[in-house]
Design a protein around this ligand. Structure first.
Ligand SMILES: [Zn+2]
Length: 509
């Protein structure tokens, strides 16, 4: 075992929606692009604007013995479209150059999302892991943490020593997974051998069916965790719900079980999990609330003050899945119906936020939503508005997935449109907690209806205010509707459940 192991830390975070516009370097720089020592500088701030798994990995390594971190590059593009292929090659070449220049390395930690595609390749995450494997050689530990929405390729498994996927959705265990990755690196450095077993099911689970507090996916995760607790030979159970809209041949619910000492215990558990997950497939069907019904509920809340308020999720326009966060279906329908004491957050419209900042607080003007957007979902909407609140948009998350991290929404303006307040932001992002209203002047406790642009992470940021039965998933058109039959899929392996109800799978030996 090396006395002072030299461990490279790097990462590439991108969840690619094939139907969203491609992203390049400036898009990553806007979310978070760190080179060399900048990674460690960020991690050591009180509220780092960097992935929590990275922070947890570095801190756990610091606390668990001597080591020399070799910070490389951490590029965060959040959820967006495919990565421009030219930029991806540039980024990977830069990473390779830095890894080679670092001299002999004892291991590598990747803080990765794991559902990226480029404009020309469906497995950039696998290519990046393979690049690192080529540089450090076949016996050195490479450990990667992954988002629960990762799509797993054979290359990602074979190029690494261990994949550690989140086990919560909403994701509130990024910290724990970073700690786990660091402990695994220590164990691998001590000479223990890991054996992964990988099984992929022809099951593309719609986003809203992948919650872990309940439902078929939660049950499967719990089964894996319970078995891991009982079996000492199991190092890790990673079950990835995956991200449908990356639209690749590697899509499908992925089970990666890693065992120590021998492959057998991992094999057995992976197979049991796959069988159980497949037997449960009919539970991965989606039922959303039609928009007409949602607006009726909002009107009803205005009439009947005794009823507790409701939280509506515009799940198909979730920026956390690469959507633009600017569709106007709910805003328009609620405005036309005269809904009051309602608020929407966040609405992504740079031009509108800038105009409101120029006009100033209290100004009345004709607000033109989506004057520059042209895709089929981002329709224009115009109405008289009053500027109620202006902010630089930098907040610290207080609850749920973003708690304790700095989030930069860019210049933000809260507009009053009829009885509706709309929080207009500059940096596209999903609603993660109640601060997305409160920090921008919306009194959450006085609202009858709240609308969030988010698929599910908001749940962990509002769970003190709304029980699950007070959360309504609304069916609107958008780039990430969980009704998967609506998309012109090109890459998905077919047949695949539930898009193809007759999809088949059998456990191989
Ligand atoms: Zn995710």
């Amino acid at each position: 075992m090396p006395k002072r192991p030299r461990i490279a830390v790097l990462g590439f975070i991108l969840e690619s929606n094939r139907f969203a516009p491609p992203v390049k370097r400036p898009d990553f720089e806007r979310v978070g692009y760190f080179e060399g020592s900048e990674i460690l500088d960020e991690v050591r701030k009180p509220y780092p604007a960097i992935d929590e798994s990275m922070t947890a990995f570095v801190k756990t390594m610091d606390e668990s013995g001597d080591w020399e971190p070799v910070p490389v590059i951490f590029a965060n593009g959040a959820a967006a479209g495919p990565c421009d292929h030219g930029f991806f090659l540039e980024l990977m070449a830069d990473m390779r150059k830095r890894l080679e220049a670092a001299g002999p390395l004892d291991g590598v930690y990747f803080c990765q999302h794991g559902a990226a595609i480029t404009t020309e390749h469906h497995d950039p995450d696998g290519l990046m892991f393979q690049m690192a494997r080529d540089v450090v050689g076949k016996d050195k530990p490479i450990v990667a943490t992954l988002d629960l929405h990762a799509n797993i390729s054979e290359r990602m498994v074979s190029a690494t020593s261990l994949l550690v996927g989140y086990i919560t959705n909403p994701h509130v265990d990024m910290w724990d997974r970073g700690v786990e990755a660091a402990k695994a690196i220590r164990e691998l450095l001590a000479g223990v051998r890991y054996y992964p077993t990988f099984i992929r099911l022809p099951l593309v689970a719609p986003s809203v069916t992948q919650l872990t507090a309940r439902g078929p996916y939660g049950d499967l995760i719990n089964m894996g965790q319970a078995r891991q607790k009982k079996e000492n030979a199991i190092v890790n159970v990673t079950i990835m719900g995956g991200f449908a809209w990356a639209d690749t041949p590697d899509n499908g619910l992925a089970i990666v079980v890693t065992s120590r000492g021998s492959a057998e215990p991992g094999h057995r558990l992976a197979k049991d999990l796959a069988k159980s997950g497949w037997a449960d497939r009919e539970r991965y069907q989606v039922k959303l609330t039609p928009i007409e019904d949602a607006v009726r509920m909002m009107k009803d809340l205005n009439r009947d003050k005794a009823k507790p308020p409701l939280l509506f999720a515009d799940v198909a326009d979730n920026p956390g899945g690469g959507a633009r966060g600017n569709t106007t279906w709910i805003l328009k329908a609620a405005f036309e119906a005269g809904v009051e004491d309602m608020a929407i957050t966040p609405f992504y419209d740079e031009d509108l936020a800038a105009e409101a900042h120029k006009l100033g607080c209290g100004a009345r003007f004709r607000a033109r939503f989506n004057r520059a957007e042209t895709n089929e979902f981002s329709k224009p909407f115009e109405a008289e508005a009053v500027v109620r609140n202006l902010s630089d948009g930098v907040i610290v998350g207080r609850r749920g997935t973003g708690a304790g991290t700095t989030m930069d929404l860019g210049p933000t303006a809260t507009l009053q449109v009829g009885g509706i307040r709309v929080v207009v932001i500059t940096n596209r992002t999903q609603a993660l907690d109640y601060g997305y209203f409160e920090s921008f002047g919306v009194p959450v406790d006085q609202m009858r209806s709240l609308v969030v642009k988010s698929r599910g992470h908001f749940r962990a940021g509002f769970d003190h205010l709304f029980t699950p039965d007070r959360v309504i998933e609304v069916d609107c058109p958008g780039l990430v509707s969980p009704i998967l039959s609506r998309y012109p899929w090109k890459g998905l392996p077919r047949p695949v459940y539930p898009i193809d109800p007759n999809a088949k799978w059998e456990a191989a030996d």
